[in-house]
Design a protein. Structure first.
Length: 58
């Protein structure tokens, strides 16, 4: 991964602009904030950064 892409990712996380299901619900683009792949109640930034098993593998 290129450093610029990593910086942009962290910038979107810090500005709370990462397009998670919870953010889509907040913007009115989605009605369900859950993460159906793994059965979590909400796909939010904290889940992606800390709790997601796929992220932990990377």
């Amino acid at each position: 991964m290129r450093p610029q892409r990593v910086r942009f990712f962290f910038w979107t996380v810090l500005k709370k602009r990462l397009l998670t299901n919870a953010e889509r619900v907040r913007r009115g683009l989605e009605v369900d904030p859950s993460y159906p792949i793994y059965g979590h109640d909400s796909e939010d930034i904290l889940h992606i950064i800390r709790d997601c098993t796929t992220t932990k593998e990377v």
